[in-house]
Structures are given as C-alpha cells and as structure tokens.
Design a protein around this ligand. Structure first.
Ligand SMILES: Nc1ncnc2c1ncn2[C@@H]1O[C@H](COP(=O)(O)OP(=O)(O)OP(=O)(O)O)[C@@H](O)[C@H]1O
Length: 776
C-alpha cells in the first residue's frame, strides 16, 4: 500500500502552545473580529468541501430531525477557528491567549484504567508503524476499573466459504442476451457458490431457502432466474399486466440496490418494467407508476401494505415470483404482521408461484416464515459442512428483540443469550478483524488518528464507521468534518501528491430524509477514498464497493449485527479489515465474540496514535521554540493532547455545541443484550472520561459525577431504581429507534401511527414491532 506524506495542518500557535502546556484558548477568548470573520465565512464551505445540502458531506446542517437548531447554527463556519491558515487569525487568537488564561486540557494519559491483556490468540496485529510499547504508557488506576475479570474462551477458527465457483454463466441455460448483459454490463463471468446452487434450482421451478455469507452474490442468485423466467413467458408480458414478481426487502437502500440490479439485467428485455415502492417517496407518484404498470415490484414491507390498503391499482393476480430478501432483518425490524398481511393479499389472488427466502441467519422466526411462505423448498447453504444446523432449536433461538421490559435492566437477570443465531454463519476469508482497547478519554483522538492514518497516509482507503444512534452519527460527523477536514480533506497543501488521497466525509442514518439518504448511498458507492459515518441503517445487505475498513466505534448490539456490519467489506472475494473499539471495561466482549467463532486480533492503541507523530499539524509548540521536541511515546502523547484540545476548543466554542455534546452522551443506555450487561454498562465507565470523548471538559452535571453512586442509591431504594430502569428503557428504545432501523416502544408506535396517517410506511412499523413474533 502506498504511503504518502501527510499535509501539515496549521494549528493556530496558541492552540498548539496551549496544548503543549496542557491548556487551550477558550471560546470566550476569541476576539470579536475573529468571530466576525468566522461568521463571514459561515456560508463558505471549507476547502474542498461543497456547500450543498448533501453530497460529500459538506453540509453544515445536521439531518432534518436529528440535531437541535442552536447546535446546527453554531457549527457553521467554526472549523477554521482552530485550523486557521490565516496569520492574522492566529495572531488574534494568540493575543486573546495572552489576555485571558486558557482553559486547561486535563491530561489524557493519566488516571486511565489499565488496558487488560487480551488472550494470546487475539493478539499480534499492528499497523506497521514502529511501535510504541504500551507497557509503560498508562498508570494503573484500579479505582476507575472496578471489575476484574478473567478472559477464558475456546480457541476458534474463522469460518471460511469459497465465494467463487469455476462455473461460468454461459454454462447455464440462460437467454444469450442475459448472459451477454452479465458479461458486458456487470462484468461478471463466473458464478459465485451461492449462485451456482441457487440459479439451477430456481430455474427448475423449485422454491428455495437460501443462506450464505455477506457479499456472496445473493441478489443475482434470485434476480437472474426471475428475469430468465419472465422474458421466456410464452405470452409476452405487457407493462399494464402489473406485477409478475414481488421482491420484499427490509430497507429503502436495499430496495434501490435490488432495483438497480434488475434494471441492468432487463436492458435487453425492455418490455419488462421494474419499479420500486418505499417509504419516504411520494405516494402519489408511486400510485401513478402502479397505474401505468410495474412487472417486477420491489418494495419495503410497510409501504407495500400501505398501497394494498389504499391503492386501487395494485393487484397480485399474475404473481409468479415472491422473493423475501434479508428475511432475518425483515423480522428483526418487526415486520412479521406486515408480511402476513402481504402473504394473505397475494394468496387471495394467486396460489401458483415460486417463492424464495434469503437470509443470512436462520432464527426460529425465519423458520416459521419459511414454513408459511415456501412450498417444499430446496435448502441452499454454501457454508462449510459441519458448521452447525441450518435451523435453530427453540432453546437456541430466543427471539426477544421486541419484548424489552424493566427486567432488561435488572442486574441479576442474566439468563438470556444475546446472539443465538450465529452457528454456521460465515465470515469472508479475506476479512481481517481487529479490536482496539481504548480508555474512554482517548477514544475520540484514537478514532481521529485512525481515520488520519488511513485517509491521509495511505491511498485508496474507504472507511465505514458505525455508531449506535443517529445523534452520535450527526455529532461525530460534524465534529470531524469541522475539525479534521482542514487537514485531510482539503489537501491544497503541497505535501499531498496531486491526485492523492482526498478525504470525503459522509453520513447515513434513518433520520435523514429519503432524498438525502439515496444521494449519500449512491455517492459513497461510487466515491473513491472517504469515510461514511452511519448507524446500522447501513449494516445489512448494502453493497458498497471497495470498502477497505469497517470501524465499529460503538459495539454492535449482537454478534449477528457485528457480522453484518463487517460484511460491508471483503465482499465477493476481496480483502478488507474491521476494527472494533472497546473500553478497557468492555474487553471481555472479545471473548463473547470468540464464543461465536468470531476471532479478532488486537491492534494497539499506541500504534494508532503514533500516526500523529507523522503529522506536524499536531506538533506541540513550546514558548519561544527553545525547548527540544519530545520524542517517542511522549511526543505521541503531546500530539494527542493537541488534537484533543482542537476537539474541546471546537465543542466549547459555543453553548450550542456543548449542549449537543451533552445530549448525545448516553453511554451504556443502548439496547444491549441482557447477557452482555456485565460488559456494557454505564456503571463501568467513568463519566468524566467519557465526556472527553465528546470533546467536553467535564462530565455533564445532570448525568451525575458517578454512575456508581447512583446505582448504590438505587439498590437501597427499589422504587427509585425501578424509575431509573424505566428511564433507561425509554432512552434505549429511543436510541435504537433513532438508528432509523429498530422499531419498538412508545415512540416507535407513535411514529408508526403518524406514518400510517401520512401513508409513509416504508420504514419499520412500530405497531408491527410490538406485535408478538409468534403471530406468524
Ligand atoms: N458472480 C459474480 N461475480 C462477480 N461479482 C459478483 C457476482 N455476483 C455478484 N457480484 C457482485 O458482488 C457484490 C455483492 O453481491 P450482493 O450484494 O448480491 O451480495 P449479498 O450476498 O446479497 O450480500 P449481503 O448478504 O451483504 O446482502 C455486488 O457488487 C455484485 O455485483
């Protein structure tokens, strides 16, 4: 991999000097002139970043429903407050620094909990830098790491699956134009393993239950037989005939993806018209398209039910194919009842059809769905033999995703298993998985350093960074965009080679309007190097080419989610890597993953941070420039402090951003599986330290200085405890729904009702979610 020199990022002198001295210039120190200049620039996009609403992430506006207006406003034009290239601004800042003592940036490297040693088989990875040795890096403070644990897990192997077969498409009995489209338009010649097994069976007219790893070509496995059979119908299909094939997918992006694939395959068969229905689109124009006729109908379940109820021109009398893609996800999102309504509607009009159900995992719910939707199906699984049963037993499958109760926060109740459905699930061979254990205080700088490492010092890097909620995505997107883009994203500086890496920041989550989501999805799919900040809205099924790294900044809610997230890289036989961030108190999660045959290697935080020594933008400056620069670990620490100061200065540059940072700080309030509560729990984190990872200088008052104290009170007073549990539950539900995917809880119900009223049911329906999965 080519390594390039980094472009220096020019910190204003005082910021650097303050950081070197452990201080920073506070926002109030900024003179009026500087503010005025910043305001003047407000509407100018930072260098290299467009000012459009969407696009490469240049927008200063958080997505519609996410961030509060004051915070939005405060963000505009702030970036260069810190990264000013203008001497006059630096000078102004310097003067203010002299006039008013700055705010101290407390040490990032003191009083951190010890980083526990991971089991030997989880180690060995490094970034390729001359390493800093971590042993002397931290002072142990056991008081902030109250729980000791012993890691003990079985040795596991990464499951591997042969992606490609040696069989070419032309060996199949397909229309020659279909084969040439595959070869010339899609540039595809040989079948993947799952295609090799599925396509012949489907061409024979069988129903099929298909299970295969992420990125193994499942979409074409059903698209090809559908197109082949429809173009071959004796009576030529007319547009006005309506749907011959119905494809149900869980999310809008997947609907678009499937639609794109059909569109390509149908190029030689122009009389067959594909169409997509999905939440977020205008219902009226969808009705008009239905009236004209759609022969291959791709839809999200909620929106289809909406049309079934309200659109006269929808009928299923000619349906020959029913495809349920990502069936596990459809059920996870609470669409069981919705699917039942759709099945009943189709069955009422036609019985004779082929049914295909594709799922990465086979839970009990998926099995039930297969039972009611498939007839004598062929079961296709291209996983290694002996990797477990395709179906789960009742005991293995505890489908409780939508049955949260107060007990979810009951510390004593650990009788549940989080991610039961992974037996036999495959991780692509070319995927290397890493974990980095980072104390809370250093989280933010570590993520920034990793992004800089990949995007500034390496070429052709495309990263997806997963967060657990829309708010977290918005917050970090803006924070990084405003503070880092000056260095890596706007390589006007001569040190980056011309045509070299150019950093793009994008974000994708469920609170963005559909137009923006579609644009971002398409842009990132086609983009070169860049970083996509997202929720799990992008975790499943999305085919985003050439993604090299998956970063999980917030841990996934289950091992299944972990696999879906990392499945966005190393697709279709390519190589890719993933990195999971964990706090020291969360290190045991490595064992939990290993128990599901998910084997990670450790990446050292020090190695990630050491990239900062290659970037003189973060050089700490000393008074008069007399003292020698630090070297080795000390230099890394100083530069990390400079970077943290940049973040803190930015966040504290106005009340809006401080308030925003406080609002998104909800550690441990996510809907995590009960069996993992002992790993991911707010009481195990030091809130003051966590606050630093949001660019805050102190722990927010309203969250209390010590979560441990809170807990003690709650233990003594059950009534308070219960109330706290309910509050946590509400937060968890809100957070999960806010990811744009998960449904459940009062808010989801309310939203669903609203959506029903608006006729916008493309996204998961809370009403459906609250229904019991056993209804199917
Ligand atoms: N036979 C093939 N040869 C080369 N590339 C292929 C082949 N089949 C599919 N692809 C490409 O592989 C990528 C992944 O395919 P696809 O999205 O269908 O995978 P998937 O199994 O549905 O993944 P996921 O489980 O994540 O949804 C796509 O870009 C697709 O064009």
């Amino acid at each position: 991999m080519a390594v390039t020199d980094g472009a220096p990022l020019q910190l204003s002198e005082p910021a650097a000097a303050a950081a070197a001295a452990g201080t920073s210039s506070g926002p109030r120190a900024a003179p009026a002139r500087r503010r005025a200049q910043a305001t003047k620039r407000k509407r100018q996009a930072p260098n290299g970043a467009p000012a459009a609403k969407r696009g490469n992430g240049a927008s200063s506006l958080p997505a519609k429903k996410t961030a509060a207006k004051p915070a939005q406003r405060s963000l505009k034009g702030k970036a260069q407050k810190v990264f000013s290239r203008k001497k006059s601004l630096a000078g102004a800042s310097e003067r203010s620094q002299e006039q008013k003592p700055g705010v101290k940036t407390s040490s990032l490297f003191k009083n951190n909990p010890e980083i526990p040693e991971l089991p030997r088989y989880a180690q060995g990875a490094h970034l390729g830098n001359e390493g800093l040795v971590g042993s002397a890096f931290f002072r142990v403070d056991w008081s902030s790491c109250p729980i000791l644990f012993v890691i003990c897990r079985p040795e596991v192997k990464q499951v591997q699956e042969k992606v490609f077969s040696s069989d070419a498409f032309h060996e199949l009995d397909l229309h020659p134009h279909l084969i040439s489209t595959l070869n010339t338009v899609l540039n595809i010649f040989h079948m993947t393993s799952v295609q090799k097994q599925s396509i012949p069976a489907l061409l024979e007219g069988r129903d099929a239950l298909v299970r295969s790893q992420t990125g193994s070509g499942k979409t074409l496995a059903y698209c090809i037989p559908v197109v082949q059979s429809l173009q071959a119908m004796k009576t030529k299909i007319q547009r006005g005939d309506g749907p011959y094939a119905l494809v149900l997918v869980p999310t809008r992006e997947l609907a678009l993806q499937s639609f794109d694939t059909f569109q390509k395959l149908l190029k030689p068969f122009t009389w067959i018209v594909p169409g997509v229905l999905m939440g977020g689109e205008k219902r009226k124009s969808e009705k008009a398209r239905l009236r004209k006729g759609i022969n291959i109908l791709i839809s999200t379940p909620g929106r289809l039910v909406d049309h079934i109820k309200s659109t006269k021109n929808i009928h299923f009398s000619r349906i020959r194919w029913l495809v349920l893609d990502e069936a596990d996800r459809i059920l996870d999102l609470g669409f069981e009842k919705t699917i039942t309504v759709i099945l009943n509607a189709i069955n009422a009009e036609c019985q004779e059809r082929q049914n295909v159900l594709l799922s990465a995992t086979l839970t009990e719910g998926v099995t039930r769905l297969a039972d009611i939707s498939l007839h004598n199906p062929v079961s296709i699984s291209v996983l290694d033999e002996g990797l477990g049963q395709p179906y789960l037993t009742d005991e293995e499958s505890s489908d409780d995703s939508d049955s949260l109760s107060d007990d979810d926060y009951d510390d004593d109740d650990d009788d549940d298993d989080d991610d039961e459905e992974l037996d036999g699930f495959a991780i692509p061979e070319g995927l290397e998985q890493y974990v980095v254990v980072v104390p809370s205080k250093l989280r933010l700088v570590c993520l920034a350093a990793f992004i800089l490492q990949k995007c500034k010092f390496e070429t052709d890097q495309k990263l997806i960074v997963f967060f657990s909620s829309c708010e977290l995505v918005e917050f970090h997107y803006h924070l990084f965009f405003q503070t880092l883009l000056g260095s890596a994203g706007a390589p006007a500086s001569g040190q980056l080679p011309s045509g070299g890496p150019r950093l793009t920041f994008l974000r994708l989550h469920g609170n963005m309007d559909q137009e923006e989501r579609t644009a971002v999805f398409r842009e990132f799919a086609q983009a070169g190097p860049g970083v996509l900040f997202c929720t799990d809205v992008a975790a499943r099924g999305l085919d985003l080419p050439q993604v090299t790294w998956i970063v999980q900044y917030n841990a996934p809610s289950s091992a299944a989610e972990y696999i879906h997230r990392i499945g966005r890289t190393a697709r279709i036989g390519c190589h890719g890597s993933s990195l999971l961030f964990l706090a020291p108190s969360e290190a045991e999660y490595v064992s939990s993953l290993a128990s599901h045959k998910i084997n990670t290697s450790e990446m050292k935080m020090e190695d990630i941070l050491s990239v900062l020594t290659r970037d003189d933008s973060f050089q700490a400056r000393r008074g008069g420039g007399q003292q020698p620069q630090a070297v080795g670990p000390q230099e890394t620490q100083e530069r990390a402090t400079v970077l943290q100061t940049v973040f803190e200065d930015y966040v504290h540059s106005c009340e809006g951003t401080v308030a925003w940072a406080k609002r998104v700080l909800h550690p441990g309030l996510r809907d995590l599986p009960r069996s993992l509560k002992h790993i991911f729990h707010i009481r195990l984190l030091h809130l003051g330290h966590v606050a630093k990872s949001f660019g805050l200088r102190d722990a927010p008052q309203n969250l209390g200085g010590s979560a441990v104290k809170k807990r003690k009170v709650n233990v003594k007073r059950p009534d308070l405890r219960k109330r706290a549990q309910q509050k946590h539950l509400a937060e968890a539900l809100r957070s999960e729904y806010a990811s744009g995917l998960e449904a459940g809880g009062a808010k989801a119900k309310k939203q669903s009702k609203q959506a029903e009223a608006d006729g916008e049911l493309g996204e998961p329906s809370g009403a459906s979610s609250s229904s019991s999965s056993s209804d199917v």
